[in-house]
Design a protein around this ligand. Sequence first.
Ligand SMILES: [Zn+2]
Length: 65
Amino acid sequence: MGLPYFACLCNIKHLARSPKQGWTRLLPRMCLYHCANCGKSQLFLQQAADEALARNTGLSKLPKN
Ligand SMILES: [Zn+2]
């Protein structure tokens, strides 16, 4: 818990980036995501969401060195 991108309690793998809405340009570091599982739109820090998605898509399984 405490991870903002788990706002809808679905697995993060369901998250897909949504097209930028006009109002999100007011928040340049934020990015709008859409959960394909429950349909909820969520706003996350783009860097945090990208890192979490990268970890969940197998990059963490790469050799450490
Ligand atoms: Zn969801």
